[in-house]
Each structure stands twice: as structure tokens, then as C-alpha cells.
Design a protein around this ligand. Structure first.
Ligand code: SGN
Ligand code: CA
Length: 531
């Protein structure tokens, strides 16, 4: 563009808007629930193929060190839309959290910068979404079959179909009807692959012949890790992983086993589909009853059922992501759209004997992150720098040409996406803090720091235990080396770095813990601690 034309463009509001609409990329942000990198083939070692998710990575970038700040749905979502850690955005846990929707959020800032903003699917922040021109959300955790949606006009309706299909349909429909003069950000938030992993009926028989390998540390007995010993997310435990609710093995007609949530979710099917559902699951139950496994064999049986159901739900998710990508391709939108695929956290697929998340251990601290980049962002392949979900807000704002407010704690990933390789300094550690205790799965409160090689964790509240891992020597975190004289130097350094991070991010937790101790460092009685 010559200078005269540039001047003309800058002075003509109409031209400016049209030019900006083309220049500023659209953002399609796809986030699943509990989808973990171990079940995504581009991360290697996945027992199932996810070709559509992999294609995003092949055509774009794949982050190998992508972490959450608090491994739980609501808190993770709050970090993502504010760019701030839980103690700053105020949403620390699912059980008691209500998101303060009056605070600054990335969708609001993008809206102010001229973006259309829409969210479809799981919201899970309890208060009404703010900063969106359009929302169509699941109620709470949402339902797999014929899910209820809460629309932005305040009405609700049951939408016929399988949740992941319906959310994808709605996302495409919204893009079809959007204002084409403006750039947009669309948040597509799936329920898949959340518990209790109810598959689309057409996919019920998938993976039934497949035997999944047990992770090497499946029979972990959690020595040296007190918090791990006291969790309630073990596949072996009849209480934690319920064979009726989670594994769908029940006595047909037995109302006590087939009750509560499970019945509520399955009963959403219409009667013909329900009959199809039970035809298949009755046969599994009958086979189980003919030769019921016990002891370790029962645990392995539960593991296989868990893996199969999770795989079925994930396969359908992958296909739906493919469908959404095809829409962008068919409509020539890819050159000007950033596509992000991630999850609200990782998940255990039998590692340490577990399902669920919450812990700062690798499987649930990690979250998949792949992106297909718009024109002008040359980076391709893997990115090994440490990134966190508080980084998305500043990234999207910078890409949209909007200012990044100083109180945002994440850092923009744009330097990693521009150019063939990133040169120069990057963050050397990330901070984590989990609060939801006592609660379902009973994972104790903890915070910690992870560097490229080490991880230091402090479990607190009803316990005071430190854990230190050498991720190079012990990538599956089986050996807590805290207090091991061979690591005393590392331990000291990690404590120092943790303190620095807590100061940088202004997390008041150390002072709060200190207030619960007396001068001698002993825990005060609850009554004393309150004073
Ligand atoms: C539900 C699940 C839990 C899960 C939480 C949080 N139980 O309560 O297993 O940890 O959600 O998940 S269930 O019986 O309702 O399936 S989160 O991803 O939303 O944080
Ligand atoms: Ca989740």
C-alpha cells in the first residue's frame, strides 16, 4: 500500500473497519473437558487415534509443556478467561465458587476492541456469562444425551442429539449467522470427555475388542506420598470408581445399583434409544455376571471398561473437531483464523491407579494444546517452552491488536508463534495452586512450582507435607526425594524459586498458613487459628 492510500485508509472509518476485519484474526477456541494428552495421538503413546486433532498440530504447532494453574474445571476456565490465577480471579473451587462476572475478562476486552464474542457449551462458572454477544450453554456439568441448553434470552430447552454433535452444530450455525464485517472469537466448550463417559449410541460397540495396556505405575502404593495415599480417585476402590455408575455394570432391574445420577443421565434418552442402550449394556453385565472377576482382575476389568468408554467419547469428539475444521476450510476461513484446541485440564488414565485429576502430578497438571495459526504467524512443529492457561488471554488480546492490561498475570504466546524459532528468554517455572478440599475425590490442598526438571509441592491444611520430584530421573513421580541429602541443594533452590513466584503472583497463602501456626511452628487448634 502506498503512503497516500494508507493515509486514506486511516482516515476513512468504513475502510478502517473493513480492513481491520480482514487483518485481525478470528479465534476459534475449542476446549474439551478432561481430555488428556495420553489420549491424543499426536502426543505419542496414545492407545487411540485422533487424526483430526493431530491435523491441527501437523498444520500448526503442538505445545509439549502446556500446564493449567488449578486442575479443575471452573477454576481452570476462570484462569483462562481472566488471564489471572485463582487467588486473583476469585474462583478457587467448583464446590463453592461463583464467578464474579463484573470483573475484567478477555472476552469483554475483545468485545471492546470490536470483536464479536460467543460461547457455546460448558460454562460451569455458575454466574451468568458476561462479555459475550451470544451464549448457549449447558446447565452445570451438562448431559451427554439430549442435553439441556440455557440460551442467552434466559430460556432453556432440551436439544435432541448427542452433546458433542449438538455443540458442534450450534458452533457452525453461529458462524453462519455472524456479522461478517467484524472479527470474532468463538468458544466451543465440550462436555466430552467428562465422567461418566457415556458414548454416542452409534459408537457403543467401538473398542470392545481392544485391550488397553496398564500404565507401568498402575499398581502404585504411593509410598512416601501421604496425600496420594489419602485420595479417593482410585480405579480399584469400589467407592471411588463405582462399577454401576462409572463402568455401567449393574443388575438389570436392580433399582439400588442403577440409581441417582446414572439413571438421570441415561433416562434422558427416548424409549427406543434407551432400549438400544440397555441392550448393549445388559449384555456386558450378563457376561460379567457369568464369571465375575475379583481382586486385581476386577480392578483390571474396571480399567478396561473405563478406557473403552473414554475412548468412544473421545473418538466422537475427534470427529466433531474434524467437522468444525472442515467448515472453516470450506468457507476459506483458515488463513485468517487462529484455531486453538485444549482441555480444561489433563486426566489420569490409570497412572498411579487413578482416574480424575486435581493433583499437581504431570498427567493432570499438563493439558493438551495445539494451534493452527493464521497467516503471518510462521511457527510450526513443537514448542517446548512452558506455557499455562493464564497465557491465552494476553495472547488473544495481542493478536487482536488490543492492549493487554498490566494486571493480567499470564504472558502472551505471540513471541513463540512468530518466526521460525523463539530466541531469547522465556519463563523458567510455572506456579500451581489447588484448593478444593475437603471435597469429592479428597485431593488435599496444595501449591507448588515446576521447572523444566524439578517439581516442589506443598500439601497443607490438614497436613504439612512437602514433595520434591526429579522429573528427569523419575518422570512418573514415584519417588518423593524431599529431605534426601543428595537433593538438598536443589531443594533449597526450589524453595527460593517458589517464594519468588508467590511474591510475583501475590499469592497470600504462606501468610495464611503461618496464621494457623503458633510461635513454635506447631499447628494451632482450630479455635486458636481463627483468632
Ligand atoms: C463431578 C464428577 C467428579 C469430577 C467433578 C469435577 N463426579 O462432580 O468425578 O471430579 O465433577 O470435574 S460425577 O459423579 O458427577 O460424575 S470438573 O471437570 O467439572 O472439574
Ligand atoms: Ca474438567
Amino acid at each position: 500500500m502506498n503512503n497516500k492510500l494508507l493515509l486514506l485508509t486511516l482516515h476513512s472509518p468504513l475502510l478502517t473497519i473493513a480492513a481491520q476485519a480482514q487483518q485481525r484474526p478470528n479465534i476459534v477456541y475449542i476446549m474439551t473437558d478432561d481430555h488428556t494428552a495420553q489420549m491424543m495421538s499426536c502426543y505419542g503413546h496414545s492407545p487411540i487415534e485422533t487424526p483430526n486433532l493431530d491435523r491441527i498440530a501437523q498444520e500448526g504447532v503442538r505445545f509439549t509443556r502446556s500446564f493449567v494453574a488449578n486442575s479443575l474445571s471452573g477454576p481452570s476456565r476462570a484462569c483462562m478467561i481472566t488471564g489471572k490465577l485463582s487467588h486473583k480471579n476469585g474462583f478457587t473451587n467448583n464446590e463453592h465458587g461463583v464467578f464474579d462476572g463484573s470483573q475484567q475478562t478477555m472476552p469483554k476486552l475483545l468485545q471492546k476492541a470490536g470483536y464479536q464474542t460467543a460461547i457455546i457449551g460448558k460454562w460451569h462458572l455458575v454466574s451468568k456469562p458476561t462479555g459475550f454477544d451470544h451464549y448457549d450453554m449447558l446447565s452445570g456439568q451438562g448431559e451427554y444425551y439430549n442435553p439441556t441448553f440455557i440460551h442467552d434470552d434466559g430460556t432453556r430447552s432440551v436439544e435432541k442429539g448427542y452433546c458433542t454433535d449438538v455443540i458442534t452444530d450450534k458452533a457452525i450455525q453461529w458462524m453462519e449467522g455472524r456479522d461478517r464485517e467484524k472479527p470474532f472469537i468463538l468458544f466451543v466448550h465440550h462436555k466430552a470427555c467428562h465422567r461418566d463417559w457415556l458414548p454416542k449410541l452409534e459408537d457403543m460397540r467401538l473398542y470392545e475388542d481392544k485391550t488397553f495396556d496398564l500404565p507401568d505405575n498402575f499398581w502404585d502404593t504411593w509410598e512416601g506420598r501421604t496425600a496420594a495415599q489419602q485420595q479417593e480417585m482410585s480405579i480399584a476402590s469400589a467407592h471411588d470408581m463405582d462399577i454401576a455408575y462409572d463402568n455401567k455394570i449393574y443388575s438389570p432391574g436392580d433399582k439400588t445399583r442403577l440409581s441417582g445420577n446414572y439413571l438421570y443421565y441415561v433416562n434422558r434418552l427416548d424409549s427406543a434409544d434407551r432400549a438400544r442402550y440397555f441392550e448393549f449394556h445388559d449384555s456386558l453385565t450378563q457376561a460379567f455376571k457369568q464369571n465375575p472377576p475379583t481382586g486385581r482382575a476386577l480392578t483390571e476389568f474396571k480399567f478396561q471398561r473405563y478406557m473403552r468408554d473414554y475412548a468412544k467419547v473421545t473418538k466422537n469428539l475427534d470427529e466433531n473437531v474434524g467437522r468444525l475444521m472442515q467448515y472453516l476450510r470450506d468457507n476459506d476461513m483458515l488463513a485468517n483464523t487462529l484455531v486453538v484446541y485444549t482441555s480444561d485440564q489433563g486426566f489420569y488414565m490409570g497412572e498411579h491407579g487413578w482416574f480424575d485429576k486435581r493433583f499437581m502430578y504431570e498427567e493432570s497438571l499438563n493439558t493438551p494444546l495445539v494451534m493452527r495459526l493464521p497467516d503471518g504467524y510462521e511457527r510450526r512443529g513443537t514448542i517446548d517452552e512452558m506455557v499455562q492457561n493464564i497465557d491465552y488471554a494476553p495472547t488473544f488480546l495481542e493478536m487482536a491488536g488490543a492492549p493487554v492490561p498490566a494486571d493480567i498475570q499470564g504472558q502472551s504466546l505471540v513471541p513463540l508463534l512468530k518466526g521460525k524459532k523463539h530466541r531469547g528468554p522465556w519463563r523458567e517455572s510455572i506456579y500451581y495452586h489447588f484448593y478444593e478440599f475437603p471435597a469429592e475425590h479428597m485431593v488435599k490442598r496444595h501449591y507448588g512450582i515446576r521447572t523444566a526438571r524439578y517439581k516442589l509441592i506443598h500439601f497443607y491444611r490438614d497436613i504439612d507435607q512437602w514433595e520434591l520430584y526429579d522429573l528427569k530421573r523419575d518422570p512418573t513421580e514415584m519417588h518423593n526425594v524431599y529431605g534426601d541429602p543428595r537433593y538438598s541443594k536443589v531443594q533449597k533452590q526450589m524453595h527460593r524459586k517458589l517464594k519468588q513466584l508467590q511474591e510475583k503472583y501475590d499469592d497470600p497463602i504462606e501468610a495464611e498458613i503461618a496464621a494457623t501456626r503458633d510461635a513454635g511452628g506447631q499447628a494451632k487448634s482450630p479455635a486458636q487459628a481463627k483468632k
